[in-house]
Every structure is written in C-alpha cells, then in structure tokens.
Design a protein around this ligand. Structure first.
Ligand code: 5GP
Length: 197
C-alpha cells in the first residue's frame, strides 16, 4: 500500500507521559521528522540555540507571523512560541511524516491550518492515576497539583474532538499503539470515504 507522509499532533495533559511516548516511537520510526519551535523567551541553562528552540526577538516573531511563516503559534507565560512551516515542510516534501507535541489550543490551530493533520490525544488511564503520577514526581505542592488537575479536566474535555484517543496505561503497549496509528494513517487505511484522514 502506498505510504503517505502525514503531520501528527500529539497532545495530552501534563504528566501523562506523552514526551516519553513520542521519543520512544521515534526510536521505532527513525524517519519521523523532528521540528524545532521558535520562541521569544530567553534560553535556559543547558539549552542549545537552534536545537532546543530557535531563539528569536519579539520583532522577528511578529514579522514571521505577518509573513504567514507559522503553521501555528501561541503565547505562554508572557513569551511567544510557534512552529514554522519551514520546519515541517522539508520533512513532508521528503516523504517523511512529522510529529508535533503540542497543547490542545495549538493542536486545533494546526487543524485549522492543515485539516489533514492527524490529532492524537494521549489520556491517562484515569484522573486518579494521573493525580498519583503528579504527586509521585514530588515537584509540586498541593495548590499546584490542584491547579494542574483543573487544567487536566479542561483538556480532557477536548479529547473527543481529536481523531484518536490513546490511553497511556502501559508504556510499552501505548508505544506500540502509537506506532500502529502512525503506520495506519501513513497508508491508505487512514482515509475514510470522504477522503479525510
Ligand atoms: P518552555 O518555555 O517551558 O520550554 O515551554 C512553555 C510552553 O510552550 C510549553 O507548554 C510548551 O508546550 C509550549 N510550546 C513550546 N513550543 C511550542 C510551539 O511551537 N507552539 C506552541 N503553541 N506552544 C509551544
């Protein structure tokens, strides 16, 4: 069956393990394209320019927005972040799919710009399980955990609008499920009668 390069967007609540899932699936599908986002925030210790992010000025960011250079962009914590088309297109043109790890709002912005993008929501087995994982990290106090859980519920509310929901119960199983989804959408199996997805 013919293989078609696709843009995959993976979202899910903080603590659900989507970063681990994406990096594990990349080990299994080495041609999956990696993108470097642009941001106006300052580099943190240990971050490498043009590897961690493209660090640019607000003026540059505004110019790029005006030029339509972003597939999607958003503001977080007083800075701007975005995915440049120039990061995505070379992979697709070479016939390689791209996987973006991005929040719910970013995911829907991607869908607006590129309706054939495949949106995958990574969900925890249950809210209780996610709460336990967040506590297990030990990085946050009770108020912060409560705030995160509120956000999780908001994010989970968007899950039905995604093309696929993947429950991250067992990491090995979820990695295989994500790999299968990607391979499925890359073949004609991912196309419905109307030619969508
Ligand atoms: P940080 O400053 O901690 O690296 O990232 C802050 C936030 O920006 C995170 O929630 C991260 O997911 C988001 N972010 C990073 N890159 C992008 C991007 O390209 N587009 C959007 N919409 N958000 C991004």
């Amino acid at each position: 069956m013919a293989r078609r390069a696709r843009l995959f967007v993976v979202s899910g609540p903080s603590g659900v393990g989507k970063g681990t899932l994406v990096s594990r699936v990349r080990d299994r599908i080495p041609n999956l394209g990696l993108t470097v986002s642009a941001t106006t925030r300052d580099p943190r210790a240990g971050e490498i320019p043009d590897v961690s992010y493209h660090f640019i000025t607000e003026d540059e960011f505004e110019r790029l927005v005006a030029e339509g250079a972003f597939l999607e962009w958003d503001g977080h914590f007083g800075s701007h972040y975005g995915t440049l088309w120039s990061e995505v297109n070379p992979h697709l043109e070479q016939g390689n799919s791209v996987i973006l790890e991005i929040d719910v709002k970013g995911a829907f912005n991607v869908r607006k710009a590129l309706p054939e993008a495949v949106l995958i929501f990574v969900a925890p087995p249950s809210l209780e399980e996610l709460e336990a994982r967040l506590r297990g990290r030990g990085a946050e106090n009770e108020a912060q955990i409560a705030q995160r859980l509120e956000r999780v519920e908001m994010e989970m509310g968007y899950a039905p609008q995604y093309d696929e929901i993947l429950v991250n119960d067992d990491l090995d199983q979820a990695t295989s499920a994500l790999e299968e989804l990607i391979r499925h959408y890359e073949t004609d199996g991912g196309t419905d009668q109307d030619g969508n997805h």
